[in-house]
Ligand binder design. Sequence first.
Ligand code: SAM
Length: 531
Amino acid sequence: MSEATTSASAAANNGAAISSSSSQPQVNTAQAPKRPKKVKKLTKKDIDEVLMHDIIELRGHNHWDWDSKTPPPFQNFEELEVTIGSLAQSGEGLGILPDRGEGWVLVVPFVIPGERVKARVYRHNWGYSHADLVEVIQPAENRIAQDKILCKYFGTCAGCQLQHISYPDQMKFKRQVVENAFKNYAGKYFASLPAVDPVSQSPIQSQYRTKITPHFEALNPKHQAAGTSQQVQIGFMQSGKRRILDIEDCPIATPIVNEGMKIMRADVQKNIASYKKGATMLLRESNPIVPGTESDNPPKTTKICVTDHKETITEWVGKFRFDYPAGSFFQNNNAILPSLIGYVQQQLHLPLSATASDSSSSDPSVSGNFAGPNHEIKYLVDAYCGSGLFGIACHEGFKKVLGVEISAASISCATNNLVLNKLSTETTAFHLDDADKIFAHIDFPSSETALIIDPPRKGCSDEFLDQMVAFLPARVVYVSCNVQTQARDLQGLLDRCAAKGLPGYKVEAIRGFDLFPQTRHVEGVMTLTRL
Ligand SMILES: C[S@@+](CC[C@H](N)C(=O)[O-])C[C@H]1O[C@@H](n2cnc3c(N)ncnc32)[C@H](O)[C@@H]1O
């Protein structure tokens, strides 16, 4: 059973999306999440706020009958029947309880809109409660049959949210997630945005993750002292609980990563008594060149699983080789990278007078590479460049490329990747710096410069957007694993332009890429042209 919060008011104190000073819970749907001066890690508040947008959309209004003292209209751990009305961005189903309170909402994982389900409530917020799925009473016609579900841990493990949904339906859901993000967090400009394009599919929907990070906890010393036998749990968090689920293999991870997991599990199990604390393990696929074949064209590669953060990973994206530290950032779905890169490249080189329909007409997962360089745009800036993925793979057609990254280990790999890919260090360079200062070092003419932004989940800081508006690159391609902060940043950018009396940017295209099949996550790519 899940840990319960005993009163709605206690839960509401955590759910800061709801104003506790007002007698009615409110979400300010007109404004983007408040941006701290220097952007920090995303908090539960931000996540609750995203969920609240989805709840308000389902209820059709933001009027509530409760104040912060109102307890939920049922007992803790009560089992309730509800019909699922929609899927939240979290991948959880939302259902209104018509006969309990006025429109109290249940948040239930692993369900599909239209299904009648039984769920056990365990944590309450102001106007909604989280519940474990107990039973699907009336399954949706499109629910994947239990014996066809990819993973035996699905429904218990917190890692995947969508394995019970067909892949085409996952794509429809993710497109909606992207659209809702722009509606809720760039609402002022939503009417002027192009329709969100269909999500580009991953060529494989299982065995795609090149990196996983399972956890384990040390044995409980009290049980050890009493000589009670204990089973060490090595795996991922359980859905809705703060407990680790023991997992022997993960069907969305690549085969070599699963082989590595077997070896690592056996090692941890054997030596568990020596661990004072639990830990998170790293398992990452690497494809190094087989020694002696370096001068072959192409050289032979092999697959290994790396577990040491400091080791170097070798990964191939199309014709490019990327070496990077095992513990640093790199995209986790190698199979979709050629089409993501092809699309970003195509978007960078759109004619500056392109229309939205020009830019979104082709499905990059089918068409592949870009049509050719746009001679109006000669310079490329790669902000948050990591180990140089976009700067290197998209360098063709640019006179100069400059990348900036805050991790010293990544930047030294990015520089080494230039050499590995035989790119000139005269025309392509990577600098160790804060992206907030990226334009301080750039003497490219802004009307001939394209900017790639690929920040962490928290998005860009105020300082980053301020300097961007001071520079005004002619083309921007913004890649993000968090479409809510991406949309918030778009609004921040356009607001800044308006405040300065500048015409701002036209949004050419918004498209999701499915880097994370079977999960709720989607990568957003947005293309802007300076007006
Ligand atoms: C989502 S990753 C993208 C990396 C790269 N574009 C890729 O696709 O491999 C974000 C990167 O931003 C870097 N980063 C975070 N904050 C930064 C900052 N303030 N300035 C520059 N880089 C930053 C991180 O170290 C990380 O490598």
